[in-house]
Design a protein around this ligand. Sequence first.
Ligand code: VG1
Ligand code: CO
Length: 544
Amino acid sequence: MIKMHDVHTQPIDGQKPGTSGLRKKTKIFMGPHYLENYIQCIFDGIGGIEGKTLVLGGDGRYFNDRAAQVILRMAAANGAARVIVGQNALLSTPAASHLIRSHETDGGLIMSASHNPGGPNEDFGVKYNTPNGGPAPEPVTDRIFHLTRTINRYHICETADLDLGTLGESRLGEMVVQVVDPVADYAALMESLFDFKAISDLFASGFRMRFDAMHAVTGPYATEILERRLGAPPGTVVNGTPLPDFGGGHPDPNPIWAADLMATMFAQDAPDFGAASDGDGDRNMIVGRGLYVTPSDSLALLAAKAHLAPGYADGLSGVARSMPTSAAVDRVAEALGIPCYETPTGWKFFGNLLDAGCAALCGEESAGTGSDHVREKDGLWAVLLWLNILAVERRPVAELMAEHWATYGRNYYSRHDYEGVDSDRAATLMSDLRGQLPDLVGTTVAGLSVTSADEFAYDDPVDGSRTEAQGIRIGFAGGARAVFRLSGTGTAGATLRVYLERLVTEPGQLHQDAQAALAPIIAAAGALAQIKRITGRTAPDVIT
Ligand code: VG1
Ligand code: CO
């Protein structure tokens, strides 16, 4: 017998409107009733879960296991019919997206704060994905947010902890709890898209790779797929055991946080190919021997060569990128004669385009790349598409990129992040910039002439919805650009992101250092936004 009950509670400080999921300090989530409140708001916000089937899993960070038990007890008390749980409550974000879709469920809950660090003093998070497998769109997240303001009770039942380590079905009251292998379905999906025989042959030929799972959720996925199914030598996957605190690091795959991988790939005896993924497995980092490939360039190269993989042999219906992502992929789309969509930051905006078949490949400058195989960005998928391309091309990454730039030109690109900025100062910086917009075109800033200046708003071509205030963009003569945005995923103060881009087509100028190539744009962006004066910062905290 299990005992159901209603607990009286009080409103919480929930997510900001517009963000897809909630990230907070772990201690806040662990505080009295906090997780329970938020989960109840999700259940109520999606019209209740009576008789519904949900997917549940997370990236293995601290509190993942406890939170899973609470969510299951609440799902049972709220009348769910079934919850499909990854073994030990683990699921990468793309694997969860796939399970939601392949089992035709009513959505799923993913416990993750993605690339944010984990542990008792770091971050935890929960996001709800809709039945199409994608992040909840704004009307849903806004409903959930409004409920966090008024919630006064939640439903939960009392029971001993469930065994989530053993595969198979059990019951919690009327609800079925189905524990599944987190990797199996996902690995099968990858086998259906890529030429595993060709990639195995590549490894058999002596091709060496290093995949850094950053002690996060992709460890088991990468070990199974790269080492067991594709025959990469044991040890190809490093930091492959998910740890509650990710070994104390930031599971964020970029040259700063994956410095070990960078050092390996730039060393004398570097492997042929390096890759990493983030906390929940949806981001990817690609490094060739002696060459870091920016996510924007990676997206462009994948667009140009996706047809080399069986799953994309018929070509792409279209591509999409988030607004701050470089226009490198636009140039490929133009050459291929396919549409290229520009969306606000965040994967949820790609969902409609993917569902409607408008775009088949999407990407963000923040290391997210994905396709219509799921409705999330997918780190390991991007790595496998690269491997499939390399298995066909049999040429070094640096050579492929050099050829790409020679063909399409090179969009030098960098993002400068100013973290933990005082929220009021950050807001002032943005509103000052906004105020300048009407008079900027035609003026010269730090020697560059401004050709366009606006604040990005997106009209969704599929459902007609409009999303405003998605970043301020300033275009300069000759295809250079600076974009300013405040992060929606941080948990302390504000993070100002400055995105810098410059297109170069002269053959002799394609192999410069990115920061040097971007120096004029960096100077103009600093002058326009008065970054030093307003934030008090003399340099960015993170440059990627
Ligand atoms: C960041 C990235 C954005 C990404 C989002 C979620 O958002 O810039 O491109 O979609 O994280 O990624 P923001 O608002 O902090 O710039 V993840 O790996 O957390 O699912
Ligand atoms: Co992520």
